[in-house]
Design a protein around this ligand. Sequence first.
Ligand code: ADP
Ligand code: MG
Length: 589
Amino acid sequence: MSRPALLRFVVFAIIVMAVPLMPFVPSFWVTLLDFVGLASLVALGLVLLTGVGGMTSFGQAAFVGFGAYATAVLTTGWGWSPWATLPVSLIVTVGAAVLIGLVTVRLSGHYLPLGTIAWGISFYYLFGNMKSLGAYDGISSIPPLQVLGHNLLDSRSFYFVVWGFVLASILATANLLDSRIGRSIRALRSGSAAAESVGIDVWRAKLLVFVYAAFLAGLSGWLYAHFQRAVTPGVFNLTVGIEYLLMAVLGGAGHIYGAILGAGIVVVLKNFLQDVLPVLFGAGGNYDGIVFGILLIAMLQGAREGLWPVVARRIGREEPRSVVTDSRLPAREMTATGGELLAVKSVRKEFGGLVAVNDVTFEVGRGEIVGLIGPNGAGKSTTFNLVTGVLPLTGGEILFKGERIDGLSPARIAERRIARTFQHVKLAPTMSVIENVAIGAHLRGRAGMLAGILRLDRSEENQIFAEAARQIERVGLASVMHQPAGSLALGQQRLAEIARALCLDPELLLLDEPAAGLRHMEKQALAGLIRRLRDEGMSVLLVEHDMDFVMQLTDHIVVLNFGARIATGAPAVIQRDPAVIEAYLGTAA
Ligand code: ADP
Ligand code: MG
């Protein structure tokens, strides 16, 4: 957390902890707040999973159930003391999350939420039918928590434990988001292609956030079991899972305090509705589900960002991140100049019947700027996707420094120091420019999840952000460094992508139409930058439609048309090549 954020957290923590000490706060409200705290933990996990990671889960109640049942069984059946079961309950939950995550997280699009609904339903019936776990009656007579020899039987004393955990979780989550691993989770929002292009193992990042969210749900379940002193399969219920999701969406999926706000609103509203609605309808029943359903749809239709951003605007803006410019990431050597760096050999890509890249061969030498040109649809971007591992080859070979790289994943290829930009810009629009660019340095950092949470990663983080700032200055975006990337003009967003790619410290840089949307002066500055990079020993493969730009900059040009290479040579030769002129002017019959 930044200093102002930490200050706000401390104020929040003091207010939260003071509430039950006020004698005029009725016990009924304290109990309600206990439930808000329990729900907040689950919603906090969903903020990360759904709001930040973009994975919608209706099934978080299952992990609450695992945490609750684990301690119920250990305390009532095996005579364990409640605190001793905490690590075991969390391990059980995390174990279940890894297994469920392995099969669920790979699902894409709508199949992921559907998958979570499926296990949301199945665990309810599974636990309901297990006689050893009390079937639908569940397990009762669970012992209360003890602190300093006192049983936490009343809601006022329990409050401090629940909210102590909530506050710790807020701190841990905020620290995690502001760390190397947290950025890799946030990068999922810019699309997995962008994350993979800088070496992030997207699947691992997804599993990590999935397990983290489950961990918080399991913690909530463990607390719940000792608060209610009983568990039933009802904790697993899908409707409960939907309520958790509503909390995250209502508060503002993606905002830490949104989880607390959403949990507060839903828990209090539910309590109120359960009193009022049966009277209104003149019959008993769970009508609150209808209201929550309408609310969820209304939020998704009208206020995707949730309520927290509205509140946050009144509290104040986040300070821009401070950058310590004198720290440096260790720079790596370029391998000696001269000779071939990238060799594309008879590479072919078919999309069904369409041959997008037709047995294309070319090389990029060390310290060379090579242009890849051709009319729209010629296969230039597809070639980039083949070199960077985004698409599998239909045929041919790609060698980098003499080693085969075709068949490797994009992240493995990024590890070999090949960086790229995208024709269709892929930045996380709500993250600041510098945070987006810092994602590019993912492979140059080491800090893991725990180091991030415990703030042991600060010197490495300073190095990463100093490097990001340096690359941003290089591409000429210093003045907008702290603005959200989505607020930049498209040409500037392209430059930000170049800075992100440079943070990888690449030996080979692939630029897909970098000058599109730039003004004349900006193009000249970009050309100057690319030349400087070349002089430092970097090799560049450049796709660009602006012919002046390409001709003045490149050492060598490869021309594609309908997937096939129709010419190759020095710019002066290409300019006069009849086949090229024909392809561009379309005079062919
Ligand atoms: P360029 O970048 O040279 O303009 P592309 O490489 O984007 O061209 O596209 C080459 C051809 O391959 C086009 O006809 C395009 O429609 C097709 N193509 C590109 N990507 C796909 C895909 N994922 N699926 C099917 N066809 C594709
Ligand atoms: Mg293209």
